[in-house]
Ligand binder design. Structure first.
Ligand code: 3PG
Ligand code: MG
Length: 401
Protein backbone atom coordinates (compact mmCIF):
# COMPACT_ATOMS: atom_id res chain seq x y z
CA UNK A 1 0.00 0.00 0.00
CA UNK A 2 2.96 2.25 0.47
CA UNK A 3 3.15 4.96 -2.14
CA UNK A 4 6.85 5.30 -1.56
CA UNK A 5 9.68 2.81 -1.26
CA UNK A 6 11.29 2.08 2.10
CA UNK A 7 14.50 0.45 3.28
CA UNK A 8 12.73 -2.88 2.82
CA UNK A 9 12.85 -2.33 -0.94
CA UNK A 10 16.57 -1.57 -1.21
CA UNK A 11 19.49 -3.94 -1.45
CA UNK A 12 22.13 -1.81 0.23
CA UNK A 13 25.01 -4.15 0.92
CA UNK A 14 28.26 -2.74 -0.40
CA UNK A 15 26.42 0.20 -1.95
CA UNK A 16 26.98 3.88 -1.22
CA UNK A 17 23.74 5.20 0.28
CA UNK A 18 23.28 8.97 0.22
CA UNK A 19 21.16 9.60 3.28
CA UNK A 20 19.43 12.98 3.61
CA UNK A 21 18.92 13.70 7.29
CA UNK A 22 17.78 16.83 9.07
CA UNK A 23 20.61 17.59 11.46
CA UNK A 24 19.41 21.17 11.85
CA UNK A 25 19.52 20.85 15.63
CA UNK A 26 19.58 23.53 18.31
CA UNK A 27 23.17 24.52 19.09
CA UNK A 28 24.77 26.93 21.51
CA UNK A 29 28.46 27.86 21.54
CA UNK A 30 29.26 25.03 19.15
CA UNK A 31 27.48 22.38 21.25
CA UNK A 32 24.28 20.56 20.43
CA UNK A 33 21.65 21.41 23.07
CA UNK A 34 18.91 19.02 21.91
CA UNK A 35 19.80 15.75 20.19
CA UNK A 36 16.23 14.70 19.36
CA UNK A 37 16.62 14.91 15.58
CA UNK A 38 19.94 13.03 15.74
CA UNK A 39 18.45 10.33 17.94
CA UNK A 40 15.44 9.94 15.68
CA UNK A 41 17.48 9.46 12.50
CA UNK A 42 20.06 7.19 14.15
CA UNK A 43 18.06 3.95 13.72
CA UNK A 44 18.02 4.48 9.95
CA UNK A 45 21.79 5.02 9.86
CA UNK A 46 22.33 2.01 12.12
CA UNK A 47 20.08 -0.22 10.04
CA UNK A 48 21.84 0.76 6.83
CA UNK A 49 25.29 0.28 8.37
CA UNK A 50 24.22 -3.05 9.85
CA UNK A 51 23.10 -4.19 6.41
CA UNK A 52 26.54 -3.34 5.03
CA UNK A 53 25.74 -0.05 3.33
CA UNK A 54 28.36 2.67 2.98
CA UNK A 55 26.41 5.52 4.50
CA UNK A 56 27.01 9.07 3.27
CA UNK A 57 25.04 11.39 5.56
CA UNK A 58 24.07 14.84 4.36
CA UNK A 59 22.11 17.70 5.90
CA UNK A 60 21.61 21.42 5.94
CA UNK A 61 22.28 23.51 9.01
CA UNK A 62 20.99 27.03 9.58
CA UNK A 63 20.61 29.42 6.68
CA UNK A 64 24.09 30.27 5.34
CA UNK A 65 22.59 31.34 2.00
CA UNK A 66 25.03 29.62 -0.33
CA UNK A 67 28.18 30.73 1.46
CA UNK A 68 30.65 28.93 3.67
CA UNK A 69 29.82 30.22 7.18
CA UNK A 70 32.15 28.57 9.75
CA UNK A 71 29.61 28.85 12.59
CA UNK A 72 27.22 26.75 10.49
CA UNK A 73 29.62 23.90 9.85
CA UNK A 74 28.33 20.40 10.51
CA UNK A 75 31.73 19.37 11.97
CA UNK A 76 30.47 19.76 15.58
CA UNK A 77 27.81 17.15 14.75
CA UNK A 78 30.34 14.35 14.19
CA UNK A 79 30.63 13.60 17.93
CA UNK A 80 26.90 13.62 18.70
CA UNK A 81 26.09 11.51 15.61
CA UNK A 82 28.77 9.01 16.57
CA UNK A 83 27.38 8.88 20.13
CA UNK A 84 23.85 8.29 18.82
CA UNK A 85 25.27 5.38 16.83
CA UNK A 86 26.71 3.78 19.94
CA UNK A 87 30.22 5.09 19.32
CA UNK A 88 30.50 4.08 15.68
CA UNK A 89 33.17 6.07 13.80
CA UNK A 90 31.84 8.94 11.66
CA UNK A 91 34.21 10.43 9.08
CA UNK A 92 33.76 14.04 8.02
CA UNK A 93 34.09 15.57 4.55
CA UNK A 94 34.79 19.28 4.55
CA UNK A 95 32.62 19.80 1.52
CA UNK A 96 29.40 18.15 0.40
CA UNK A 97 30.43 17.87 -3.27
CA UNK A 98 33.66 17.79 -5.27
CA UNK A 99 36.88 15.82 -4.75
CA UNK A 100 36.89 15.92 -0.93
CA UNK A 101 33.40 14.45 -0.70
CA UNK A 102 34.02 11.96 -3.52
CA UNK A 103 37.23 10.71 -1.90
CA UNK A 104 35.42 9.94 1.37
CA UNK A 105 32.44 8.28 -0.29
CA UNK A 106 34.78 6.14 -2.43
CA UNK A 107 36.92 4.96 0.46
CA UNK A 108 34.12 4.02 2.86
CA UNK A 109 34.01 0.34 3.70
CA UNK A 110 30.82 -1.66 4.15
CA UNK A 111 29.02 -0.51 7.30
CA UNK A 112 31.04 2.71 7.56
CA UNK A 113 29.54 6.17 7.95
CA UNK A 114 30.59 9.61 6.71
CA UNK A 115 29.03 13.03 7.22
CA UNK A 116 29.25 15.71 4.55
CA UNK A 117 29.61 19.42 5.25
CA UNK A 118 26.51 21.66 5.24
CA UNK A 119 24.61 21.37 1.95
CA UNK A 120 23.55 25.02 2.12
CA UNK A 121 27.16 26.20 1.76
CA UNK A 122 26.32 25.78 -1.93
CA UNK A 123 23.64 28.00 -3.49
CA UNK A 124 22.61 25.10 -5.72
CA UNK A 125 21.03 23.34 -2.75
CA UNK A 126 18.24 25.84 -2.08
CA UNK A 127 17.91 26.58 -5.81
CA UNK A 128 17.11 22.89 -6.42
CA UNK A 129 19.79 23.19 -9.10
CA UNK A 130 19.94 20.07 -11.31
CA UNK A 131 23.70 20.45 -11.81
CA UNK A 132 24.27 20.54 -8.04
CA UNK A 133 22.01 17.51 -7.62
CA UNK A 134 24.13 15.71 -10.24
CA UNK A 135 27.24 16.49 -8.18
CA UNK A 136 25.58 14.99 -5.10
CA UNK A 137 24.40 11.96 -7.06
CA UNK A 138 28.04 11.08 -7.88
CA UNK A 139 28.52 10.27 -4.19
CA UNK A 140 25.92 7.54 -3.98
CA UNK A 141 24.40 4.52 -5.67
CA UNK A 142 21.13 4.85 -3.75
CA UNK A 143 19.27 7.73 -2.15
CA UNK A 144 17.37 7.61 1.14
CA UNK A 145 15.44 10.61 2.45
CA UNK A 146 14.91 10.58 6.18
CA UNK A 147 14.37 14.32 6.58
CA UNK A 148 10.61 14.73 6.89
CA UNK A 149 11.18 18.01 8.71
CA UNK A 150 12.84 19.41 5.57
CA UNK A 151 10.37 17.82 3.13
CA UNK A 152 8.57 21.14 2.61
CA UNK A 153 11.70 22.54 0.94
CA UNK A 154 12.10 21.91 -2.78
CA UNK A 155 15.87 21.80 -2.43
CA UNK A 156 18.37 19.75 -4.42
CA UNK A 157 19.10 17.14 -1.73
CA UNK A 158 15.38 16.79 -0.97
CA UNK A 159 13.78 17.02 -4.39
CA UNK A 160 16.02 16.89 -7.49
CA UNK A 161 18.25 14.15 -6.13
CA UNK A 162 15.30 11.78 -5.63
CA UNK A 163 14.89 11.71 -9.42
CA UNK A 164 18.53 10.84 -10.08
CA UNK A 165 19.08 7.73 -7.96
CA UNK A 166 16.89 4.83 -6.83
CA UNK A 167 15.08 6.52 -3.94
CA UNK A 168 13.40 5.41 -0.72
CA UNK A 169 12.15 6.82 2.55
CA UNK A 170 14.19 6.20 5.69
CA UNK A 171 12.57 4.78 8.82
CA UNK A 172 11.92 8.20 10.37
CA UNK A 173 10.34 9.58 7.20
CA UNK A 174 8.29 6.40 6.95
CA UNK A 175 7.11 6.66 10.58
CA UNK A 176 6.21 10.34 10.19
CA UNK A 177 4.19 9.70 7.03
CA UNK A 178 2.46 6.62 8.40
CA UNK A 179 1.36 8.41 11.58
CA UNK A 180 0.25 11.53 9.76
CA UNK A 181 -1.80 9.42 7.38
CA UNK A 182 -3.46 7.68 10.33
CA UNK A 183 -4.21 11.02 11.93
CA UNK A 184 -5.68 12.90 9.03
CA UNK A 185 -6.01 10.93 5.81
CA UNK A 186 -7.91 7.95 7.19
CA UNK A 187 -8.45 8.65 10.89
CA UNK A 188 -10.62 6.77 13.33
CA UNK A 189 -13.49 9.19 14.09
CA UNK A 190 -14.37 11.37 15.79
CA UNK A 191 -11.13 13.21 15.07
CA UNK A 192 -10.24 16.27 17.10
CA UNK A 193 -7.60 18.92 16.55
CA UNK A 194 -6.13 21.38 19.00
CA UNK A 195 -4.66 24.47 17.41
CA UNK A 196 -2.96 27.08 19.53
CA UNK A 197 -0.20 29.59 19.17
CA UNK A 198 -0.07 33.32 18.88
CA UNK A 199 -1.63 34.32 15.59
CA UNK A 200 -4.27 33.15 13.19
CA UNK A 201 -2.61 35.08 10.37
CA UNK A 202 0.14 32.43 10.23
CA UNK A 203 -2.31 29.52 10.44
CA UNK A 204 -5.13 30.51 8.12
CA UNK A 205 -4.55 27.75 5.59
CA UNK A 206 -4.20 25.26 8.39
CA UNK A 207 -7.49 26.27 10.04
CA UNK A 208 -9.23 26.29 6.67
CA UNK A 209 -8.07 22.76 5.93
CA UNK A 210 -8.77 21.38 9.39
CA UNK A 211 -12.35 22.61 9.70
CA UNK A 212 -13.11 20.59 6.58
CA UNK A 213 -11.50 17.44 7.93
CA UNK A 214 -11.92 17.19 11.69
CA UNK A 215 -15.04 16.78 13.81
CA UNK A 216 -13.86 18.90 16.72
CA UNK A 217 -11.52 21.90 16.52
CA UNK A 218 -10.27 23.38 19.78
CA UNK A 219 -8.76 26.84 19.48
CA UNK A 220 -6.45 28.14 22.18
CA UNK A 221 -3.48 30.43 22.68
CA UNK A 222 -3.33 34.00 21.43
CA UNK A 223 -5.30 33.10 18.32
CA UNK A 224 -8.35 32.28 20.44
CA UNK A 225 -8.44 35.95 21.47
CA UNK A 226 -8.80 36.95 17.84
CA UNK A 227 -11.80 34.67 17.50
CA UNK A 228 -13.35 35.82 20.80
CA UNK A 229 -12.88 39.45 19.83
CA UNK A 230 -14.40 38.80 16.40
CA UNK A 231 -17.43 37.25 18.10
CA UNK A 232 -17.94 40.33 20.28
CA UNK A 233 -15.98 39.62 23.48
CA UNK A 234 -13.71 42.31 24.95
CA UNK A 235 -10.20 40.91 25.35
CA UNK A 236 -8.55 43.81 27.19
CA UNK A 237 -4.84 44.11 26.46
CA UNK A 238 -4.57 40.51 25.24
CA UNK A 239 -2.65 39.59 22.14
CA UNK A 240 -5.29 39.92 19.42
CA UNK A 241 -5.25 40.46 15.67
CA UNK A 242 -8.04 43.01 15.40
CA UNK A 243 -7.65 43.23 11.62
CA UNK A 244 -8.37 39.49 11.32
CA UNK A 245 -11.87 39.68 12.81
CA UNK A 246 -13.61 39.20 9.47
CA UNK A 247 -11.38 36.25 8.64
CA UNK A 248 -12.05 34.67 12.02
CA UNK A 249 -15.82 35.00 11.50
CA UNK A 250 -15.45 33.39 8.08
CA UNK A 251 -13.66 30.41 9.63
CA UNK A 252 -16.44 30.09 12.22
CA UNK A 253 -19.01 30.02 9.38
CA UNK A 254 -16.94 27.54 7.40
CA UNK A 255 -16.78 25.25 10.45
CA UNK A 256 -20.57 25.39 10.85
CA UNK A 257 -21.12 24.49 7.21
CA UNK A 258 -18.64 21.63 7.42
CA UNK A 259 -20.18 20.26 10.62
CA UNK A 260 -17.00 20.88 12.56
CA UNK A 261 -17.54 21.72 16.22
CA UNK A 262 -15.38 24.75 16.98
CA UNK A 263 -14.51 25.09 20.65
CA UNK A 264 -13.32 28.40 22.10
CA UNK A 265 -12.37 29.14 25.72
CA UNK A 266 -15.17 30.18 28.07
CA UNK A 267 -12.89 31.31 30.85
CA UNK A 268 -9.37 32.66 31.00
CA UNK A 269 -6.41 33.17 33.27
CA UNK A 270 -5.62 36.90 33.22
CA UNK A 271 -2.86 39.10 34.60
CA UNK A 272 -1.54 42.61 34.11
CA UNK A 273 1.88 41.36 33.04
CA UNK A 274 3.44 38.23 31.59
CA UNK A 275 5.73 37.48 34.53
CA UNK A 276 6.29 34.20 36.31
CA UNK A 277 4.05 34.16 39.34
CA UNK A 278 2.41 37.50 38.43
CA UNK A 279 -0.82 38.12 40.37
CA UNK A 280 -3.43 36.41 38.23
CA UNK A 281 -6.98 35.19 38.41
CA UNK A 282 -9.61 33.26 36.55
CA UNK A 283 -12.36 35.25 34.86
CA UNK A 284 -15.23 34.44 32.54
CA UNK A 285 -14.41 35.26 28.94
CA UNK A 286 -17.19 37.88 29.15
CA UNK A 287 -15.38 39.69 31.98
CA UNK A 288 -11.81 40.20 30.85
CA UNK A 289 -10.63 43.42 32.56
CA UNK A 290 -9.70 46.22 30.14
CA UNK A 291 -6.18 46.59 31.57
CA UNK A 292 -5.32 42.90 31.74
CA UNK A 293 -4.28 40.14 29.37
CA UNK A 294 -5.45 36.61 28.73
CA UNK A 295 -2.37 34.44 29.25
CA UNK A 296 -3.91 30.99 29.40
CA UNK A 297 -7.24 29.23 29.02
CA UNK A 298 -9.09 28.98 32.33
CA UNK A 299 -9.65 25.76 34.31
CA UNK A 300 -13.24 25.31 33.13
CA UNK A 301 -12.15 25.55 29.49
CA UNK A 302 -9.29 23.09 30.06
CA UNK A 303 -11.65 20.66 31.84
CA UNK A 304 -14.16 20.96 29.00
CA UNK A 305 -11.51 20.20 26.37
CA UNK A 306 -10.22 17.28 28.44
CA UNK A 307 -13.74 15.89 28.62
CA UNK A 308 -14.34 16.37 24.89
CA UNK A 309 -11.12 14.47 24.16
CA UNK A 310 -12.85 11.52 25.77
CA UNK A 311 -15.18 11.41 22.76
CA UNK A 312 -12.35 11.49 20.22
CA UNK A 313 -10.52 8.51 18.74
CA UNK A 314 -7.87 10.61 17.02
CA UNK A 315 -6.17 13.84 18.04
CA UNK A 316 -3.89 16.22 16.16
CA UNK A 317 -2.18 18.91 18.21
CA UNK A 318 -0.32 21.97 17.04
CA UNK A 319 0.30 24.97 19.27
CA UNK A 320 0.11 25.55 23.03
CA UNK A 321 -3.07 26.82 24.70
CA UNK A 322 -1.34 29.50 26.77
CA UNK A 323 2.03 31.05 27.61
CA UNK A 324 3.31 27.71 28.91
CA UNK A 325 6.91 28.94 29.25
CA UNK A 326 5.83 31.24 32.10
CA UNK A 327 4.13 29.37 34.97
CA UNK A 328 1.37 29.42 36.10
CA UNK A 329 0.22 30.10 32.53
CA UNK A 330 1.17 26.54 31.63
CA UNK A 331 -1.76 25.12 33.59
CA UNK A 332 -4.26 24.88 30.72
CA UNK A 333 -1.80 23.28 28.30
CA UNK A 334 -0.59 20.89 31.01
CA UNK A 335 -4.10 19.78 31.95
CA UNK A 336 -5.17 19.11 28.37
CA UNK A 337 -1.85 17.45 27.49
CA UNK A 338 -2.18 15.13 30.47
CA UNK A 339 -5.77 14.26 29.54
CA UNK A 340 -4.67 13.41 25.99
CA UNK A 341 -1.79 11.34 27.33
CA UNK A 342 -4.11 9.44 29.65
CA UNK A 343 -6.57 8.63 26.85
CA UNK A 344 -3.65 7.53 24.69
CA UNK A 345 -2.18 5.29 27.38
CA UNK A 346 -5.59 3.74 27.87
CA UNK A 347 -5.62 2.84 24.18
CA UNK A 348 -8.63 4.99 23.42
CA UNK A 349 -6.89 7.74 21.46
CA UNK A 350 -4.34 7.99 18.67
CA UNK A 351 -2.54 11.25 19.41
CA UNK A 352 -0.15 13.00 17.04
CA UNK A 353 1.58 16.28 17.86
CA UNK A 354 4.04 18.43 15.98
CA UNK A 355 5.67 21.84 15.79
CA UNK A 356 8.56 23.20 17.85
CA UNK A 357 6.50 24.95 20.56
CA UNK A 358 4.08 22.07 20.80
CA UNK A 359 6.77 19.51 21.46
CA UNK A 360 8.38 21.82 24.04
CA UNK A 361 4.97 22.19 25.72
CA UNK A 362 4.41 18.42 25.85
CA UNK A 363 7.90 17.86 27.21
CA UNK A 364 7.20 20.57 29.80
CA UNK A 365 3.94 18.80 30.74
CA UNK A 366 5.90 15.56 31.08
CA UNK A 367 3.81 13.64 28.57
CA UNK A 368 5.71 13.74 25.25
CA UNK A 369 6.53 10.04 25.65
CA UNK A 370 2.87 9.16 26.10
CA UNK A 371 1.65 10.53 22.78
CA UNK A 372 1.25 8.02 19.99
CA UNK A 373 3.60 10.06 17.84
CA UNK A 374 5.50 13.31 18.18
CA UNK A 375 6.77 14.68 14.91
CA UNK A 376 10.30 16.05 14.53
CA UNK A 377 9.02 18.65 12.10
CA UNK A 378 8.03 22.27 12.52
CA UNK A 379 7.33 23.97 9.20
CA UNK A 380 6.83 20.69 7.35
CA UNK A 381 4.25 19.55 9.90
CA UNK A 382 2.35 22.82 9.46
CA UNK A 383 2.38 22.61 5.68
CA UNK A 384 1.18 19.05 5.88
CA UNK A 385 -1.68 20.17 8.19
CA UNK A 386 -2.49 22.79 5.58
CA UNK A 387 -3.04 19.97 3.11
CA UNK A 388 -0.10 21.02 0.96
CA UNK A 389 1.99 18.62 -1.08
CA UNK A 390 5.46 18.41 0.41
CA UNK A 391 8.06 18.42 -2.41
CA UNK A 392 10.30 15.91 -0.63
CA UNK A 393 7.43 13.46 -0.20
CA UNK A 394 6.12 14.00 -3.72
CA UNK A 395 9.60 13.24 -5.08
CA UNK A 396 9.73 9.93 -3.20
CA UNK A 397 6.28 9.03 -4.49
CA UNK A 398 7.25 9.92 -8.04
CA UNK A 399 10.38 7.82 -7.69
CA UNK A 400 8.28 4.85 -6.59
CA UNK A 401 6.44 5.09 -9.91
C1 3PG B 1 13.55 23.10 10.37
O1 3PG B 1 14.33 23.19 11.31
O2 3PG B 1 12.37 23.50 10.41
C2 3PG B 1 14.02 22.41 9.13
O3 3PG B 1 15.30 21.92 9.32
C3 3PG B 1 13.97 23.33 7.94
O4 3PG B 1 14.83 24.41 8.09
P1 3PG B 1 14.56 25.74 7.26
O5 3PG B 1 13.32 26.35 7.85
O6 3PG B 1 15.79 26.60 7.45
O7 3PG B 1 14.36 25.34 5.83
MG1 MG C 1 12.14 26.33 10.23
Amino acid sequence: MARFKTLDDLDVKGRRVLLRADLNVPMKDGRVTDTTRIDRVAPTVAELAHKGARVVLMSHFGRPKGRRVPEMSLAPLVGPVSTALGGREVRFAEDCVGPVAFEIAETLGDGQVALLENLRFHAGEEANDPAFAQELAKLGDLYVNDAFSAAHRAHASVEALAHLLPAAAGRLMQAELEHLAKALESPARPVGAIVGGAKISTKLDLLGNLVERVDLLVIGGGMANTFLNALGAAVGRSLCEHDMAETARRIVEQAKTAGCDLVLPTDAQVAAALDAGAPNRTVSIKEVPAQEMILDVGPASAAHVAQRLGECRTLLWNGPLGCFEVPPFDAGTNAVARAAAEQTRAGRLLSVAGGGDTVAALVHAGVAEDFTYVSTAGGAFLEWLEGKTLPGVAALEAAAG
